[in-house]
Design a protein around this ligand. Sequence first.
Ligand SMILES: [Zn+2]
Length: 434
Amino acid sequence: MRILNARLRETDGLHDVEVSNGRFTSITPAASIPGDAATAPASNDLDGSLRISVDVFDARGRMLVPQFVDAHLHLDYANTVGKPRLNESGTLFEAIDIWADHKAMGFVNKDLIKQNATNAIRAEVSNGVGFIRTHVDVTDPNLTALEAILEVKDEVREWCEVQIISFPQNGIFAYPNGNSLMEESLRRGADVVGGIPHFERSLTSGLRSVDWIFELAEKYDKLIDVHCDEIDDESSRFLEYMADLAVERSMQGRVTASHVVAMAYYKSGYMAKLLSKLREADVRFAINPTENLHLQGWGTDAPIPRGMAPIRTLIEGGLNVALGQDSIADPWYPIGEGDMLRILDFGLHVGHMLNEQYLGNCLDLITVNGAKNMGISDRYGIAVGNPASAIILDAPTDKEALWHQSDVLLSLHNGSVVFEREPQRTTWGSAVQS
Ligand SMILES: [Zn+2]
C-alpha cells in the first residue's frame, strides 16, 4: 500500500509513504505533487475519495499522523448509564454508589459487558483512535468484567490495541479481599496495576494501598496507573507519596497518575516542591477534561471551582501529559464517544493553552504522550520499521485539525484499512454569494 502527498508533523514538505507486511517500509519526499497541494492547506473543496487505485491513497497535502491514543477509559462501564438509576447529583461519589448497586443488583453480565465495550471501542475507533488504555473494575469476586474485557481485547486486536489496568473501584482494602482480587487479575492477564487511594477508608489505608500497588507492580513487572487524588480536596496528596515510592523503588517512568484533580487546589509553594519530585520520579499524567469538568466542583459557593488538574503547569514543569475520554455513557458521565479532538479542545481551553506554541503541537496530547504512558513509544509513530497504525486527518496542521475538528478520512491499524471516509462536501444554495 502507498500513501502519496502526506504531510508529516515533524518534517517539511509532502511525503510518499509505503506500507507492507503491516509496517512502514519507506518514507520519501513526494514524487509527484498534484496542483498546488505542496503549499496550499488541505481543504474541503478537494472532494472525492482519497483512494486512487486498489492500494494507493492520495492525501493531497493532508496530515498523516499516528492513530490517536485514548490514555484513560473505562470500557467495562461503557453504555450502562441509567442502570439501575441516573446520577442525580452529578458527583463522583454518587456514581461510585450507583456502580456498587449496579453490581449488587446483578446487572454485571459478561455478554452484555462485551457488547457494550465493543460498541464503545467502535465509537472510539471511528474517531481515529487505535490505542486504548482501559481501567477494568476488579472489585468483584467473580472478576466478570475482567474476563469480558480480556476477551474483547483479543477480539478487536486486528483493529485496536487495548491495554488493561486492574482497577479496584471500591478500594483495595475497603473492599473484601480487594488485594487478592488485584493479584488474581494480574495472573489472569491484566497489563497494568491500578488503584484508588483517596477512596480507601482512611489516610493510612490509602498510603498502605499505594505500598501494595508498588509491591504488585514489582512482583509482576508491570506499569502502574492509579486514580489518584480525584477529589475536590487540597489535602489529598497521594501523588506526592507515589512519586516518593517511584524514586525509592527505582520505578521512574513507570508510574502514571490519572485525574489528580486535587492538584487544582494546591497552593503555588507546595506545587513548586511537588513538581521537582514529580520530575525526579518521571511520573506521567492522564487527564480527563470533559469528565472532571462535569464531576468536580459541585455544592460550592461562587466562584465555582472546576477541579481540573493544571495541564499547562504540568507540561511547563517538564512532565508528560496525555488526555483521556474516561467515560462513555456511564454513571459518571452521560455522554462521550471517544472523539479525542473534542477532548483536546476542552483540555486546551480549560488549560489556558490557546496560544501558538501549544496549538502548534497540540496533537501530542492525544498521540505520542499517550503512547508514552502506555509504554509503547518504541513502536508507535510514523517511522520506517514501525507498525503502520496511522490516520489521515482532513487538515494540514495540528492547529487546523483542532480548530475545525477535522474528520479522519483514512485509518490504518498494523497496515490494514480500518475505515475510509470521504471528505464532507457542502453545496451552497443560490442565495449565498460566492
Ligand atoms: Zn477513570
